[in-house]
Design a protein around this ligand. Structure first.
Ligand SMILES: [Zn+2]
Length: 86
């Protein structure tokens, strides 16, 4: 579940709430008013990553470190073979 930031229209309180994805409003913890709208600004998109994105994230985290290193070496070798101007 994503954490969204809300801003209360009644008292101006800003708060973060762990809510179901797509929730547009929440109850204010300061004054109890309901329907404090979600702030859209400061937060990165909270959509769940796709399978492909997750794989890429795992690559970056080094789970596939050996594979990545071999790919890197291969790229380097290819780049050396393809010299500019030849
Ligand atoms: Zn409030």
């Amino acid at each position: 579940m994503p954490i969204y930031e809300f801003e209360c229209g009644e008292c101006g309180e800003r708060f973060e709430e762990l809510v179901a994805a797509g929730t547009e409003s929440a109850a204010c913890p300061a004054c109890g008013a309901t329907g404090a709208p979600r702030r859209l600004s400061s937060f990165a998109p909270t959509r769940q990553p796709t399978a492909a994105q997750r794989r890429r994230m795992e690559d970056r985290r080094g789970i596939d470190r050996d594979g990545a290193r071999q790919r890197f070496k291969r790229n380097l070798a290819e780049r050396r073979e393809r010299k500019p101007g030849s």
